[in-house]
Design a protein around this ligand. Structure first.
Ligand code: 5GP
Length: 172
């Protein structure tokens, strides 16, 4: 196990997710939104966020596979599991665990726009700004961080640490 340092404790995550849920519920009232979670890291955040939204929600999932090392994004991306519900004319909220270079979410956003939705917005638990390559609109952000590799609350390093209840930064 690598050394890690606590970044966001449980209470802080719970509070922030509640605020995001309230904001989204008020923005999407009457719009019958479809929330699309970007697998796998998002599952814990997604489950908590959906329960923090007081209006009816519909959910679906998409998964992007990238080639290359997990600590960096290589930029080569494909959709390995697409959404299954119809997207045309719907208000879509893409839900991501973390946006780093922006390559993954930019790719998914483009794919989603090709399906002719009424609107698409992006919600990310964390926005990591230092290595951004693709400018993507970040409509809802839980936490902004400069840099570092974070794990826990769904986020992994080589498939470890996902089930930690809090978010940690791995020491290099
Ligand atoms: P991007 O394409 O924006 O560079 O990276 C997006 C994906 O890379 C995230 O969905 C996540 O899977 C992974 N990623 C980026 N930064 C981190 C990080 O700090 N920790 C973990 N566990 N995954 C990360």
């Amino acid at each position: 196990m690598l050394e890690k340092e606590l970044l966001f404790p449980k209470g802080r995550i719970r509070e922030r997710v509640k605020e995001l849920g309230e904001q989204i519920a008020s923005d999407y009232a009457g719009k019958d939104p479809l929330f699309v979670g970007v697998l796998n890291g998002v599952v814990f955040f997604f489950a908590d966020l959906m329960r923090a939204i007081s209006i009816p929600v519909k959910i679906d999932f998409i998964r992007a596979a990238s080639y290359g090392s997990r600590m960096t994004s290589s930029g080569e991306i494909r959709i390995s599991k697409d959404v299954e519900k119809p997207v045309r004319g719907r208000h879509i909220v893409l839900v991501e665990d973390i946006v780093d270079t922006g390559i993954t979410i930019a790719f998914i956003l483009n794919r989603m726009k090709e399906k002719d939705p009424a609107s698409v917005k992006v919600c990310a638990l964390m926005n990591k700004v230092e290595r951004r390559q693709k400018e993507v609109p970040m409509d809802y952000v839980g936490f902004t961080i400069e840099s570092g590799f974070v794990v826990g609350y769904g986020l992994d390093y080589n498939e470890e640490y996902r089930n930690l209840a809090e978010i940690y930064v791995l020491k290099p």
